[in-house]
Write a protein that binds this ligand. Structure first.
Ligand code: T4K
Length: 396
């Protein structure tokens, strides 16, 4: 489909969108239910520390995840830190560079050393081959990332971890509502951590949940989250304050109730993007093996500058001019970010570098309609067509 005169007119004067279209606009479920849940906490005068809302939130998520243990924290970053501490990880931790900097910072904050691995070309997640390539004598754990709800060769990673006797932790920040072979992504590894930050598919304003099949590990995490207390005045070890408030848990509960609706909205947007972006030279929507098994909350395109005649950053500038605030998640990569960028030798991560230079995240969530997604597709189509026209003029 070519850009039509009507399309070009659309982009002539005022921006295509009167208001900015953000990536990461929070999903807000049933407002009445949210306020009712928070109101109950206020009525009870119980605002934190293992309150009813927290317990209900953990139980409801556990039910959704087939009975896995769920320990809620004030954010996923601290959840990752505590999970690694509870697993007594030492030395180096192997993880992908293609992730939000929080994954690497959680490792660094624990005074562990992040070692960056490349990612599989198809999934853009660290698989067993990539992890194995950088495992060394000091490796203390593997930390995979289910980037944008995608997943690597997970049985392969589990096998590698077993063979090398290494704990396997997953940053499942993006993976609520995602599964593989019928198993929730948060169920892989020794522990996985889901984020309930405002920008995620379901939120508790801020928040995270450590998920594990290991009851003892869950108990250690829960203890560490609350200063190490196991009783009113008995502390059994080093702990911190990583508790989720009752207001947060109340929001989390209402979000879980609305989750299927949020995911359905994302899937409709994904389908609308697929239709709107079809056939645009050099622009492809990152495919999901099975869109029915992911939350579609992170919708990204890949731009091949050669074929599109416009590179990822130029296309982003076109989108931003039209009020579509697309994001370069997770440019420039953890290995090029302080405090990791000065390490020498710099890791060789060709697949990661390619993705970091070419991918762009597009707005989705319940604040975005399929019609919006269609209009974003039009902006992309026109941007690419204009670039081709300019190139033809320059060449001839
Ligand atoms: N691992 C991975 C792979 C992650 O992606 C993250 C977090 C973590 C671990 C750590 O999880 P938490 O400790 O946060 O639970 C945002 C989020 O702050 C961060 O949680 C998230 N990943 C990351 C991907 O996105 P920024 O720096 O991009 O935030 P900011 O302020 O630029 O906002 C993002 C977009 O969302 C903007 O377009 C504005 C919009 N927005 C944001 C908020 C908070 C709204 O429209 N309303 C809002 O209330 O990090």
């Amino acid at each position: 489909m070519k850009a039509t005169a009507a399309d070009l007119a659309l982009l002539g004067g005022a921006p295509a969108f009167a208001e900015p279209l953000h990536v990461g606009r929070p999903n807000v479920g049933d407002r009445e239910a949210i306020l009712r849940e928070i109101g109950e906490a206020l009525d009870d005068r119980w605002l934190s520390n293992n309150g009813e809302k927290l317990l209900a939130f953990e139980a409801r998520l556990s039910e959704r995840l087939g009975g896995l243990h769920c320990v809620a924290t004030c954010n996923a970053t601290l959840g990752l830190q505590i999970a690694m501490r509870a697993l007594e990880v030492e030395g180096e931790v192997v993880l992908p560079s293609l992730t939000f900097v929080a994954t690497a910072h959680a490792v660094g904050w624990e005074r562990l050393t992040p070692v960056f691995a490349d990612v599989e070309p198809a999934s853009l997640c660290m698989g067993p081959a990539e992890a194995e390539a950088v495992i060394g004598a000091d490796t203390g754990a593997l930390l995979g990332v289910h980037l944008w709800g995608r997943s690597a060769d997970l049985p392969g990673l589990e096998r590698l971890a077993r063979e090398r006797e290494l704990p396997l932790v997953f940053d499942a920040a993006h993976a609520l509502g995602c599964s593989r072979d019928g198993r929730p992504l948060a169920g892989f590894g020794d522990a996985a951590v889901i984020s309930f930050h405002a920008t995620k598919v379901a939120n508790s304003f801020e928040g995270g949940v450590v998920v594990t099949a290991d009851a003892d590990l869950a108990e250690r995490v829960a203890t560490m989250r609350n200063f190490g207390f196991v009783d009113e005045d008995e502390v059994v070890g080093l702990g911190t304050n990583a508790k989720l408030s009752e207001a947060g848990a109340a929001m989390g509960l209402a979000s879980l109730d609305a989750l299927d609706g949020f995911i359905a909205a994302n899937r409709r947007n994904y389908a609308a993007y697929a239709e709107a972006l079809a056939g645009i030279p050099g622009v492809s929507l990152l495919p999901f093996d099975d869109p029915g098994a992911v939350n579609c909350h992170h919708i990204s395109i890949e731009v091949d500058a050669e074929a599109a005649g416009i590179d990822r950053d130029q296309l982003r500038a076109v989108l931003v001019a039209e009020n579509v605030l697309a994001r370069r998640y997770f440019h420039p990569g953890c290995h090029r970010t302080a405090p990791y960028e000065d390490r020498r030798p710099r890791p060789t991560l060709p697949v990661t570098e390619r993705a970091l230079a070419r991918t762009l995240s597009l707005p989705t969530g319940t604040a975005v309609t399929p019609a919006d997604a269609g209009a974003v597709g039009t902006v992309v189509r026109v941007g690419v067509a204009e670039a081709a026209a300019v190139r033809r003029r320059l060449e001839g």
